[in-house]
Design a protein around this ligand. Structure first.
Ligand code: PLP
Length: 400
């Protein structure tokens, strides 16, 4: 019997990290003890009060039932207060919030809610690979917009205008149905500014494009957390995803959120409520606790990331890479020296000769080819160890 997969999976490969982690596992089985500086999964625990809420709520007999699709009111209120406190954005907790099982699922849900076969979507190059795959899985077509170091990793709005005009379809239909944006930007660390956000909203409004802003990194190594929705009138054209994975150290808990106008929340909920049910109540209540944490939580987190970043700078100096110091998010993005063909070559050399894994920038798009990305999600001693391996001229057997 021949079992054939659906056409929608054509051109969709296994996620790069899922493949690479298998290779690293194999190397480890051979005794290599690879230091993995690839993935952005926080190694630190959530605040103890958050874990306590989870424990206490999970121990109760009445917290195990199916949950409301729109999320528990306590979580929705906490999200609304969080948006007001940190971003100065008014969010109606009853109508403008949709808790998600991580923001990654939100990317897929949004694409499934709005895209018809053949609809064009603007996605950043370089950018988070899930935007491309979610658009394709939903039947859409990706048009990549360039982000380059020369243009400070911002979209070239003149170029975008020209693109929007050249793709304009007959009649009233917009050239692009949707645009994905993400600042602080992963992988480049480019931070948001209100001028940039203004331009994005103006562009979206002018061309009738749904702007989807993915905002999981605004609290990491970034002095001024910003929401795209803080721009006047933004909710008319934009929705925003946010996440507890990074700044609350809760990546494995799978808690994210979508914020947008009531109509958008209702539309996405029409899709999502057919896919899953509400999150485990103790997780929702613990997430509400995490969102209520004060500035001291973020300050402590950032002090740790700053210390680690100093070590990553040393590591990059050893590799003769160049980098900008003011980057937001939990990575350092760096340009590779000319002697390498691309970031893959450098990454492989360091993996096979030094047993250290660093992400090649090319996995985020062609504009990332000459770069690498180092994650800050490892203890300081791990970076020191990686630095020693890279500095040492002796072959690395991995036993240190
Ligand atoms: C830019 C970006 N968006 C979204 C996500 C996914 O976050 P979540 O854990 O909330 O699904 C990531 C995770 O690496 C990311 O880098």
């Amino acid at each position: 019997m021949e079992i054939r997969i659906a056409n929608r999976l054509n051109g969709i490969g296994e996620y790069y990290f899922s493949q690479k982690l298998r290779e690293i596992d194999e190397l480890n089985k051979c005794g290599k003890q690879v230091i993995n500086l690839g993935i952005g999964s926080p190694d630190l625990p959530p605040h103890p009060h958050v874990v306590k809420v989870l424990e206490e709520e999970a121990a109760k007999p009445n917290t195990h039932a199916y949950q409301n699709y729109k999320g528990n009111p306590a979580l929705r209120i906490a999200i609304s207060q969080f948006y007001k406190k940190w971003y100065n954005v008014d969010v109606n907790p009853d109508t403008e919030v949709l808790p998600l099982i991580g923001s990654k699922e939100g990317i897929m849900h949004i694409c499934m809610t709005y895209l018809n076969e053949g609809d064009r979507v603007l996605v950043p190059n370089p950018g988070y690979p899930t935007y491309n795959s979610a658009v394709k899985l939903a039947g859409g077509l990706c048009t990549e917009y360039d982000l380059t170091e020369e243009n400070d990793w911002q979209p070239d709005f003149d170029g975008l205008e020209a693109l929007a005009i050249s793709h304009k379809r007959v009649g009233k239909e917009a050239a692009f149905k949707m645009m994905w944006v993400n600042y602080p930007h992963m992988p480049t660390g480019k931070q948001a500014t209100s001028e940039l956000f203004e331009k994005i909203i103006t562009f979206g409004k002018k061309h009738n494009i749904l702007v989807c802003h993915d905002n999981p990194y605004s609290f990491i190594l970034n002095d001024k957390p910003m929401s795209l929705l803080s721009i006047k009138g933004a909710k008319e054209v934009a929705i925003e995803l946010n996440s507890l994975s990074k700044a609350s150290n809760m990546a494995g808990w799978r808690v994210g959120m979508m914020i947008g106008a009531k109509e958008r929340v209702d539309e996405v909920l029409r899709f999502k409520s057919n896919m899953d049910s509400g999150m485990f109540l103790p997780v929702q209540l613990a997430a509400a606790k995490a969102l209520n944490l004060g500035k001291d939580w973020y300050d402590e987190l950032n002090a740790t990331y700053k210390e680690r970043r100093g070590l990553v700078y040393q590591l990059l100096d050893m590799l003769n890479c160049s980098y900008v110091k003011k980057q937001g998010g939990m990575f350092v993005w760096a340009r590779i020296p000319k002697k390498y063909k691309d970031g893959y070559e450098l990454s492989d050399e360091v993996l096979y000769n030094k047993n250290v894994f660093i992400t090649p920038g090319g996995i985020f798009g062609t504009n990332g080819k000459e770069y690498i990305r180092v994650s800050l999600c490892a203890k300081a001693e791990v970076f020191t160890n990686a630095l020693q391996r890279i500095t040492s001229s002796a072959p690395q057997g991995g036993m240190d």
